[in-house]
Design a protein around this ligand. Structure first.
Ligand code: FO1
Length: 321
């Protein structure tokens, strides 16, 4: 079975670990969000691709969900001693090596898709990991400018997320460069040839939404012959992890499992899983033309996540029938 997953960072990576356990024989292609990518200290950092690669390859910092296990921060401390920041973004020594290899290969002319494949040669994540695009796309968030009352300014997604902890209102989320971007080699083909397309419980705006913003991807998913099934990242009116509610508000979407399903809409989604606490949302989602089931959606461990993935695959079979 060929499964395509549109994945963001931590939620996407943990879901994929459960999916691999639920469907060990499946041929899984992951289309990774690169809108979170940031250039720091002259290096290209791809947080979501790395989170998937390290999680599936056994190198992730498990509790944190991002970055490397057994990490040290000597380089960051030395940079800070020179007054070179930003200090708010935690790049560890082991992680730095990944960014150095990536930047060196990129400077030599390799596209991000080829670089990602080379990095995965080491990590062997057991999935084909494709960036959504080889082109530069950077998600920016429009906030109130604290220095000029009445004015707004755009900041990089990581600055909004990590430095500001999404604690200030987001007025808009802009995937800068997405309109001109082309899907990376293999992305549209993978969607076209898939038996199932899954949206994990990743952020619907800055993760899955950014992947869908690359011209051609949304159309390919909408036209896919395969069932498209998503899992709600909102449980009981709040994000399971992260700050999805803040960016959902920026695009005028309520933080409920049903509102996120309607946001994707029946043109994209054939099926939607909500948590058992949101069982009352099932008729509302079905009324919008999306088959819906309520099942436990807390990724408390690999087994619980594997059961979620199995439910998503079962719902895909149900809509296919
Ligand atoms: N998240 C944080 O909350 N603080 C950090 O300092 C931080 C550093 C970081 C470095 C490399 C990396 O791959 C991810 C990192 N993240 C950090 C996670 C990242 O900001 C976001 O969780 C994702 O971009 C959202 O998917």
């Amino acid at each position: 079975m060929r499964i395509v997953v549109l994945a963001g960072g931590i939620g996407g990576a943990r879901f994929l670990r459960g999916l691999k356990s639920a469907a060990p024989g499946a041929d899984v292609t992951v289309i990774g969000n690169t809108g979170d990518d940031i250039h720091l200290f002259g290096l290209k950092v791809c947080p979501d691709l790395d989170t998937v690669m390290y999680t599936l390859g056994g190198g992730i910092h498990e509790e944190q969900g991002w970055g490397r296990a057994d990490e040290t921060f000597a380089v960051k401390e030395e940079l800070a001693a020179y007054g070179v920041g930003p200090e708010w973004f935690g790049l560890g020594d082991r992680d730095f090596a990944t960014h150095i290899v990536r930047t060196r290969m990129t400077a030599a002319g390799y596209p991000l898709s080829a670089v990602t494949e080379a990095l995965c040669d080491r990590w062997r994540p057991g999935v084909r990991l494709l960036p959504m695009t080889d082109d530069r796309v950077e998600t920016h968030v429009v906030i109130d400018d604290p220095d000029t009352p009445g004015k707004r300014k755009a900041v990089h997604f990581q600055e909004y997320w990590v430095r500001l902890r999404a604690a200030v209102p987001a007025h808009a989320v802009v995937p800068v460069g997405a309109e001109q971007a082309k899907p990376a080699p293999g992305v549209l083909e993978a969607v076209g040839e898939a038996d199932v397309v899954l949206f994990p419980p990743s952020n619907p705006v800055v993760s899955v939404g950014t992947i869908l913003a690359v011209p051609g991807v949304r159309e390919a998913v909408a036209d896919a012959g395969a069932p498209v099934v998503g899992l709600s990242p909102i449980v009981g009116g709040a994000p399971v992890r992260g700050m999805a509610d803040k960016v959902l508000a920026a695009v005028g979407v309520e933080s409920t499992a049903a509102a996120v399903a309607r946001h994707y809409g029946p043109a994209l989604l054939d099926g939607w899983l909500v948590d058992t606490v949101d069982a009352a949302a099932v008729p509302e989602v079905e009324a919008a033309g999306i088959r819906c089931r309520s099942v436990p959606l807390m990724m408390t461990g690999v087994e619980a996540t594997a059961r979620m993935a199995a439910e998503a695959l079962a719902l895909a079979e149900e809509v296919r029938a």
